[in-house]
Unconditional design. Structure first.
Lengths: 481, 336
């Protein structure tokens, strides 16, 4: 499945011979843009790791006032499409452009990629290890860095990888913030020179970068801590309570306050109008295609994630790696790959919801695989052995034992995929059934002609739709306590 | 657990089945790179003119061109309606557009249709100079591209570097005047410290509010702004049209074509003919303030000169797509 986009890119890259490939690769601009994208990815990932781990600890372990509310609010920025984030920031701070602008916008919309898995890991990690460290005389800070940080390292790095790949594949924010990144070359190919070959070659370069990042993450991942038998206690913040609360409030204001304030302003100041019936219908469409996409992605991610957590064979690594490559590609590339294969080999499914869901699965598989893998790794394999010894088969064991144990991680992954499907634009435009609009496509159509007042309700509903999985997630995880 | 999984699958399938499209081979399918907000109402009227059900798929023109090319002969599209000529040219070059009948082509002036007869312009937009008459006298205004880089305009010109029309303009400078001239001109332009803006709208706003002497924009923004302000008399900014085939007078078009191998080619031709009809051309002139491509239709609501009075540079509009080089040149001049 993940091989489809790669095969497509290879076909398009080499259709005019290797000479063209070399010409594109040898341009100094190609290397320059790759470097610019990589440096942005590194900076954003570092910032997201800090924000994500701190935020996760606060909502999962501390006695932060309003912890449950923050658990939802801090995840919601995931629902802000990078193009909306970019747009609202430009209107608030017109001077914020280039590297700084792209850095701020991408960090603020993607840190939850780290926060979600780390929060899940913190909620399930064995508190006994921390207690031992504390009983040996370590201070809280020392315990955090020597024990807790290690327990969440795999989850944090998995999230960090997703952030890095997301930054590599993003076009919306970087183009709005006028930072010339690698995807610009790809989009210029499609939009300005109407030549698919350079776009495909550059896509292959992105895949190589993604593979390198994925391998790097795997090297640094470390061993996953086992799940504890009881839930970790809440740590009192003490004097840090006020700054922690202030920090969380500021983060929510920056990530949600700015877009929401812009939406309100659009509604008040604009003259364009909208129809409630259309918004309702579009919302239904979005929930349906995103739910289908999320479930299909989960279906593919479960076997890959479980295998990746339990076995370390070469084949498994290869499969996981191929899945991650899809995530570094811009939606338009994956969309066109499925146009290419879909119309040739599955014309009956072309431009139907199942094919759109399939495209989502190719694009967002890593979001679910990472979560499933981390979740499964937390479940002690001994329980599976017990189930097997009781005569249950491999599949039955997987379904009855492994999946429920890994449920928090799996659920987090599915919620992530749902949110990401809901805001996906380029592949949706290419593969949706003709005439079916989603919140993202309606938002695009209106912002393109500067009909902001008409666009605002769609953006607002997108936030609300995204809040549903965030709430479910919090309830599920919080209910365990 | 298993039961829950089954329920979830069932619910998802039910949800997905509510999202149905009703397109069939008997419908006319239009791929529109033009925005639904601009042409949606018009394409609904088109259904009546064509006589069969019409399904419209919206997207970006460049992305749709790529999609049409990837779909190849399997495509269900019958008509491609594009925001710019470059996308039409790219699809036509690969043999994916059918020749249009002579009577359709004959509805527009020669420079507004493809030489290979595979697409026809439906409306046009012109590059203009928006100026503040309180600051700049009519006699002082640039008459050619060289005048814009005169040192007397230092810090007084506005432009929108990320705008597609600005880039098409620079491409036309390269194509018409050569690479060396373009490079030299851009360097002088950069040395004159032009003011950069996010888009055409903010340039026009700055001119109108007296913050900027003049800026390079597309003509229809002025008319849209005038409508919003309740009339052309309320506009402080004025438009200056350069003629004489100068790159400053560049005209770009939106256009339509019939897809090669369409199983509804007759209806598709009807659709293109409709887009050039009085009804559709009036829509472009009145609703989007574009120049009607059909010179028989005179703009009513907005005081636009007839398209035949424009003196645009002689340039193959579908060749405005050599942008890779343009982007490079802009970067070297520090203008990107």
């Amino acid at each position: 499945m993940a091989v489809l986009p790669l095969a497509y890119l290879a076909v398009r890259s080499f259709e005019r011979g290797g000479g063209v490939v070399w010409d594109v690769l040898a341009r100094t601009r190609t290397a320059e843009l790759a470097l610019r994208s990589l440096s942005l990815a590194v900076a954003v990932t570092a910032a997201c790791l800090v924000l994500g781990v701190l935020g996760a600890w606060l909502v999962a372990r501390s006695d932060l006032p309003g912890r449950r509310a923050f658990g939802v609010l801090l995840v919601l920025p995931l629902a802000v499409p990078s193009y909306v984030g970019g747009f609202t920031w430009i209107s608030v701070a017109p001077g914020l452009t280039g590297f700084g602008g792209a850095f701020v916008v991408l960090t603020l919309v993607s840190y939850p990629y780290v926060l979600l898995p780390v929060a899940a890991a913190l909620r399930t990690a064995d508190p006994a290890v921390e207690e031992v460290a504390r009983s040996l005389g370590r201070t809280s800070t020392q315990v955090f860095f020597s024990v807790t940080a290690r327990q969440v390292r795999p989850a944090a790095l998995a999230g960090g990888l997703l952030v890095a790949l997301y930054v590599l594949s993003d076009f919306g924010a970087v183009s709005l913030m006028r930072y010339e990144a690698f995807t610009l070359g790809i989009y210029t190919s499609y939009r300005a020179t109407f030549d698919r070959t350079p776009a495909a070659i550059l896509g292959l370069v992105l895949v190589v970068l993604a593979v390198a990042l994925t391998i790097g993450e795997r090297r640094a991942r470390g061993v996953v801590a086992h799940r504890g038998r009881r839930n970790p206690p809440t740590a009192p913040l003490g004097r840090a309570r006020v700054p922690a609360l202030a920090g969380s409030v500021v983060l929510v204001l920056l990530t949600l306050g700015v877009p929401v304030a812009s939406l309100v302003w659009w509604l008040v100041a604009g003259t364009s109008t909208f129809s409630v019936a259309d918004v309702v219908k579009t919302t239904g469409n979005t929930i349906a295609v995103s739910a289908f996409g999320a479930l299909l992605t989960l279906l593919f991610a479960l076997p890959v994630g479980i295998l990746a957590a339990r076995h370390r064979g070469r084949l498994v690594r290869g499969v996981e790696l191929a899945g991650f490559a899809g995530h570094a590609l811009p939606g338009i590339t994956v969309g066109l790959a499925l146009v290419f294969f879909g119309i040739r080999f599955a014309p009956a499914l072309y431009q139907t919801v199942p094919m759109l869901a399939f495209a989502y699965a190719v694009l967002f598989l890593p979001l679910a695989v990472g979560a499933v893998r981390t979740g499964v790794a937390h479940a002690p394999p001994v329980l599976e052995d017990v189930s097997r010894s009781l005569g249950h088969g491999r599949w039955r064991t997987g379904l009855r034992v492994t999946v429920p144990l890994a449920a928090p991680g799996v659920l987090a992954g599915t919620a992530l995929v749902f949110l990401t499907c809901a805001k996906e634009l380029p592949a949706t435009l290419l593969l949706r059934p003709t005439g079916v609009d989603t919140l993202a496509t309606e938002l695009w159509t209106r912002t393109e002609v500067a009909a902001y007042a008409a666009a605002a309700p769609y953006a607002a509903v997108l936030l609300v739709v995204a809040a549903i999985p965030a709430l479910v997630l919090d309830r599920f995880l919080g209910g365990e306590r | 657990m298993r039961r829950r999984a089954r329920t979830v699958t069932l619910v998802a399938a039910l949800l997905a089945s509510t999202v149905t499209a009703c397109s069939s081979a008997n419908d006319l399918i239009i791929y529109s790179g033009r925005n639904e907000q601009l042409v949606g109402a018009l394409l609904e009227q088109l259904e009546e003119a064509v006589g069969i059900d019409v399904e419209v798929r919206y997207g970006g023109s460049g992305e749709m061109a790529a999609q049409l090319l990837e779909e190849g002969q399997g495509t269900e599209a019958d008509v491609f309606f594009s925001q710019d000529a470059g996308a039409l040219g790219a699809v036509g070059e690969q043999g994916r557009l059918a020749e249009l009948p002579a009577d359709v082509l004959g509805m527009v002036p020669e420079s507004y249709r493809a030489k290979d007869k595979r697409w026809v312009a439906t409306s046009a937009r012109a590059r203009v100079i928006a100026y503040d008459p309180r600051v700049v006298g009519e006699g002082e205004l640039p008459q050619a591209i060289e005048d814009v880089v005169d040192p007397k305009w230092k810090g007084k010109v506005g432009y929108a570097p990320t705008n597609g029309s600005w880039q098409a303009f620079v491409t036309s400078v390269r194509v018409l005047k050569g690479e060396d001239f373009a490079k030299d001109w851009l360097e002088k332009f950069a040395a004159n410290e032009p003011k950069r803006f996010d888009n055409n709208i903010s340039i026009l706003k700055a001119v109108d509010e007296g913050q900027l002497p003049f800026g390079l924009i597309n003509h229809y923004y002025w008319y849209a702004s005038a409508t919003e302000k309740g009339g052309e008399a309320n506009m402080k900014a004025k438009l200056h049209r350069v003629g004489g085939g100068d790159p400053l007078a560049l005209v770009n078009v939106a256009g339509a074509a019939v897809v090669q191998g369409s199983n509804q080619s007759e209806a598709a031709q009807k659709a293109v003919r409709f887009l050039l009809s009085e009804q559709a051309q009036r829509h472009f002139a009145d609703q989007t303030a574009e120049y009607p491509a059909n010179p028989a239709v005179r703009p009513g609501k907005h005081r636009l000169p007839p398209i035949t009075d424009l003196q645009p540079p002689d340039i193959d509009l579908s060749k405005l797509s050599s942008l890779q080089e343009t982007v490079k040149l802009l970067q070297e001049a520090g203008l990107s």
